[in-house]
Design a protein around this ligand. Sequence first.
Ligand SMILES: Nc1ncnc2c1ncn2[C@@H]1O[C@H](COP(=O)(O)OP(=O)(O)OP(=O)(O)O)[C@@H](O)[C@H]1O
Ligand SMILES: [Mg+2]
Length: 405
Amino acid sequence: MSGTALAKETGTQERQQLRAFVADDETRAVVEQVVGDLVIPAAAIHRGTIRDAIKLLGRQRSPRVLLVDISASELPLSDINELAEVCEPGVSVVAIGDRNDVGLFRELINHGISDYLVKPLTPSLLQRSLLAVVEGGGAHSRQTGRLGRTIAVMGCRGGVGATTVATSLAWAIATRRCRRVVLFDLDLQFGSVALGMDLDPAHGLRDALENPGRIDGLYLERTLVRHSETLWVLSAEETLDDPVRADRDAVGLLLHELQSKFHFVVVDLPRQLGPAVQQVLQSANNLLLVSDLSLAGMRDTMRLNQLMQATNASCIVTVIASRVGEYRTGEIPRAEFERGIGRPIDLVLPFDPKHVPPLVNAGRPVASGSGPTASALCRLADQLCGAKPSAGKGGLLARLLSRRS
Ligand SMILES: Nc1ncnc2c1ncn2[C@@H]1O[C@H](COP(=O)(O)OP(=O)(O)OP(=O)(O)O)[C@@H](O)[C@H]1O
Ligand SMILES: [Mg+2]
């Protein structure tokens, strides 16, 4: 493969094709030479180590190919894991180090590294490695192996605030944590995600979900609607006279495509347990069950929780009691509700008529405003991103969320 082919293969409009973090001038000179020889136009070469890469990529888009110097790293495997956490899915990482150690090489490959090069680096060695990474084949074709996390949100009853939770969560993860997020509204007829984000619904989602052959990277580029630099929305507003027949495989394919491009896929689920919803439930990493403190809500929270134990036991289920306080005397007391569902409630969102409806009606995510619901939703987003809870707050939720698959 020629250098131009490498550039083409690795390039998109937004992503850097190659970023290198190298700790010494000698290695830097070699990287510069190879970047020039291979004609990689969008490349950035930094003086630094894997720690600098982790810091920068926690806030910026990941390149297609990442070169990192691990020679100064005392715990290279844990640094590589940390790097994989911040990187977008689908990044190929080539590590450069000074230990000529087959054991380390194997471990790095097992942790998703494409190649490990030992210093002193030569231009031909680096060029061969980069071309192999892009062309694929054997260990070189590996990417960090991580796919984005799928967070499914389901209301156990109608109107309890599930979409409010989904939009806020997606917004907070994208904006406060700078992760790339897609918010996917799987209710193609009645979904209100686009309304709640003040966006026009896209065209083409129905077609893709009924015809899996349509789904590829290009399709997504046309169908995703951009909300901000880091947040994208996939939704529809289909006519009501013709039911949508979403194909289970199409939903699986679409989810996979989204997971390979975003750190987080937040799916707002309709309550009918058709094939599309079942597909999402089976592959979700987290399920947020949103309910009010009603008798019917208690019954359905219990049933959905049981369904998840049977269909996707590794999914972390978080129970959210929403609009709490709205009906005061009519509500089931928390302890009784928890006994009924056979597990604790993880998060309580108060009934907050002063802050929530005005924001929802203005097409703004609730988490972007103020008030108790906004701060609770921001804390939830932080915890889903793996942030440590502040002392005394959300202990149980944090423990649940830290049981990561
Ligand atoms: N904590 C809250 N306090 C006050 N109002 C709320 C709260 N959460 C949601 N709402 C209001 O409840 C209404 C329904 O919210 P939302 O659309 O998020 O519910 P849903 O569970 O997604 O409903 P659906 O079953 O139609 O999908 C909205 O008008 C919203 O403003
Ligand atoms: Mg909804």
